[in-house]
Design a binder for this molecule. Structure first.
Ligand SMILES: Cc1cc2nc3c(=O)[nH]c(=O)nc-3n(C[C@H](O)[C@H](O)[C@H](O)COP(=O)(O)OP(=O)(O)OC[C@H]3O[C@@H](n4cnc5c(N)ncnc54)[C@H](O)[C@@H]3O)c2cc1C
Length: 474
């Protein structure tokens, strides 16, 4: 019998008879792929080329029963296992190096119930799938800023975007999930049924099982909103940052604004004389009715290079940033949560941003909080409910470039802003070189409860290729 060499959960190699995979393939509706099979390259592709890995085998389930069957093989043979949603995790945790990857791409359906204001979403969906389907009814839920990101990974880590200040984290809008736990059980979890599991997976990432259906609550949004980008030369940074602070301290929850500092790319919307020059921008989305008045302070900062803010479909706003961080480049990010925008922080941010070594990288401040701050601290495991801003330095460079200058810029700039942090950070922006203590810090007081839930639902840490929450020991 031929064998397949697969990496085991505890390290080492497992010789799995290929018959086992043939049996699995025969039992499921989905597919079992090995290197060279049609669809292999897409199945193992992740957004951050620096984190690229190759599994020994990919299973593409089509149902919760398929997932349970695949988990059975991984569990019984001690295989290293990962789960891939949209493949956008910056640490590349979608793929298990040398192990088994469950690629959920064949479960990409969305159904919207406009009367109940619910969307049922498959785990292979990208944000764009959900936004397009819900916006046909003038509805939306909280999702992120780049439409090619996966719903599953984004939601399970918390999930923020333009609507967070109105409706909370993405997980705050989760009504129910169907999930296959490590023991192979297909469960429904909501605030009443399997309530502790539901609490834990609302922020605890992929640590508790494979979600096979998400049900989100929907809200009336758009379909037209006021949004876009406005850019100035970086010599105006002090004025723009001061305006941003005032704006965000008083903004209604319908308005979300982010700051971006970077070297202007040679993009068609940037006037040629500015290509290659340092710029500062504000990215805004106003989903209420008073946009002109609320955005007046932004427009009052004179002489922008370009002002692209206007009325547009919400789905267009949701994909506006898609081109800025394309799949296949090398990426390295460090971020922190902030309680506010002190003068000290803004000076450190500006200084760090101006040292950026490449046109692909950027420095950002997101205004978060709002409704997310209102929820009880233990309503879901997502941490940092007290944070008001999320900031960081995002290094990006082509695969051929030596990484040193880029890594040094991100790390050095990050160190200068750390003193202003709440002490927390966003688990979905962590890399493999982030210490386990950073994962604990991302959850704050919820971390020990998460460890106890992990001990209940995944005591042998089957789901470990992620930002791992080790099971509590008795
Ligand atoms: C360009 C870019 C923009 C981003 N913008 C935002 C943003 O605006 N807001 C925000 O909140 N985040 C944002 N993120 C971060 C994003 O939320 C995380 O990278 C997230 O992990 C991506 O989800 P994914 O499904 O694409 O990831 P994947 O890499 O496919 O999966 C990540 C992890 O999620 C878990 N997982 C995936 N599917 C399942 C499942 N069905 N069941 C259980 N566990 C599962 C697994 O542990 C897996 O390792 C952004 C990331 C990028 C690269």
């Amino acid at each position: 019998m031929t064998t397949i060499d697969i990496v085991g959960r505890e390290g080492g190699r497992i010789d799995l008879g290929s018959q086992r995979l043939d049996d699995l393939a025969a039992r499921i509706e989905g597919r079992v792929l090995r290197t060279g099979d049609e669809g292999w390259d897409a199945a193992v592709l992740v957004w951050n080329a620096m984190a690229a890995r190759a599994p020994a085998v990919v299973v593409q389930p089509e149902s919760a029963r398929d997932v349970a069957a695949a988990l059975g093989v991984a569990r019984d043979h001690g295989l290293l296992l990962s789960v891939k949603g949209g493949g956008h995790n910056i640490a590349g945790t979608a793929v298990a190096e040398g192990g088994m990857t469950l690629d959920m791409a064949r479960m990409r359906e969305v159904s919207v119930d406009p009367d109940a204001r619910l969307a049922h979403v498959g785990p292979g969906c990208l944000l764009q799938d959900v936004d397009r389907a819900t916006q046909r009814h003038g509805l939306a839920t909280v999702l992120g800023f780049v439409s090619a990101v996966g719903v599953a990974g984004l939601t399970l880590g918390g999930g923020f975007g333009y609507l967070m200040r109105r409706f909370g984290w993405a997980v705050d809008n989760l009504q129910e999930v169907e999930i296959v736990t490590a023991d192979g059980e297909i469960r429904t979890a909501d605030r009443d049924e399997n309530a502790e599991l539901f609490w834990a997976l609302r922020g605890g990432g992929g640590n508790f099982g494979v979600v096979t259906r998400f049900t989100f609550r929907l809200h009336e949004v758009g379909p037209m909103i006021t949004g876009g980008l406005i850019l100035w030369g970086a010599d105006r940074a002090d004025e723009v940052l001061a305006t941003y602070r005032e704006l965000t301290e008083t903004a209604p929850r319908e308005l979300t604004a982010a700051v971006v500092m970077r070297i202007a790319p040679p993009a068609p919307f940037v006037p040629a004389p500015w290509h290659g020059k340092h710029v500062i921008g504000m990215l805004v989305c106003h989903s209420g009715s008073n946009a002109d008045a609320d955005l007046a302070p932004v427009r009052a900062v004179a002489n922008p290079i370009v002002d692209l803010i206007g009325e547009k479909p919400y789905v267009e706003q949701q994909s506006m940033m898609d081109g800025t961080e394309p799949k296949g480049e090398h990426y390295y990010w460090k971020t922190e949560h902030l309680p506010g925008l002190s003068r000290g922080f803004l000076a450190a941010f500006r200084a760090g941003a101006l040292k950026v070594p490449t046109v692909c990288s950027e420095s950002v401040i997101f205004h978060i909080g709002g409704a997310a701050n209102d929820h009880a601290a233990d309503d879901g495991a997502v941490g940092n409910r007290d944070a008001h801003y999320l900031t960081g330095f995002a290094g990006a460079w082509p695969p051929g470039d030596a990484p040193d200058a880029h890594l040094t810029w991100v790390r050095d700039a990050w160190q200068t802003i750390r003193p202003f942090s709440t002490g927390g950070n966003y688990v979905n922006f962590q890399l493999t070189d982030d210490e386990p203590a950073r994962t604990a810090a991302a959850y704050g007081p919820n971390f020990e409860r998460l460890r106890r839930a992990k001990a209940t639902y995944d005591p042998h840490n089957l789901f470990r290729v992620n930002r791992n929450i080790p099971p509590a020991t008795a």
